[in-house]
Design a protein around this ligand. Structure first.
Ligand code: HEC
Length: 169
């Protein structure tokens, strides 16, 4: 009896695994760059290439999908990271942010890279090239900090306050 239940459960599991292969989340491939950060702010080529190699998969409008992105449930898990990462910070849409949000995100970028929290570990385990070394961390942090300072010097303090976003409906 027990054996029978286990084999039924395995069959159900196998069918489910096959069935979910046909469900694909929408892909992040629009490549839309109208409001890219570089339309508004200077970015040295060194920083550009670091952000492209190490951050763009989750913080831009174009993800380079690995082959295993075709396999469920991995695809859902990836899409989850991409949509959450993009919601927090999208370099391709940065210029459209309110100035206070831009200011705050630049501070976060320096903090996240300095503390080694970005790119996230589950990503660098697979994409080892995305891991930032000391020099790359400094390049990104110095760039973000200098933009942060120039925004501070340009805009009134009131406009740079963090506005709590309403939770999404
Ligand atoms: C594999 C996907 C992925 C990659 C690659 C990645 N991030 Fe993230 N990032 C996320 C996710 C998911 C979040 C939101 C959850 C969190 O804060 O951990 C996030 C959050 C952030 C935040 C916080 C925003 C806020 O306001 O709290 C910053 C800043 C950031 N990432 C910068 C970077 C930078 C810079 C890189 C490249 C050096 C990078 N990320 C690479 C997925 C990624």
């Amino acid at each position: 009896m027990k054996k029978k239940i286990i084999s039924y459960a395995l069959i159900v599991l196998a069918i489910t695994l096959v069935a979910i292969q046909f469900v694909h989340p929408a892909r992040n491939l629009s490549g839309e760059v109208t409001n890219d950060i570089c339309t508004k702010y200077p970015m040295p080529d060194t920083v550009k290439s670091i952000l492209k190699a190490s951050c763009a998969d989750c913080h831009s409008n174009h993800t380079e999908y690995p082959w295993y992105a075709n396999i469920q449930p991995v695809a859902w898990w990836l899409e989850d990271h991409i949509s959450e990462g993009k919601r927090e910070l999208n370099f391709n849409n940065f210029a459209a942010y309110r100035i206070g949000r831009q200011y705050h995100k630049l501070e976060k970028i320096a903090k996240e890279v300095n503390e080694g929290d970005m790119p996230i570990t589950s990503y660098t385990i697979i994409h080892s090239y995305a891991k930032l070394d000391e020099g790359q961390r400094k390049l990104v942090a110095d760039w973000a900090n200098s933009l942060h300072d120039s925004i501070k010097a340009t805009y009134p303090a009131d406009s740079l306050k963090v506005v709590k976003r309403k939770p999404a409906n």
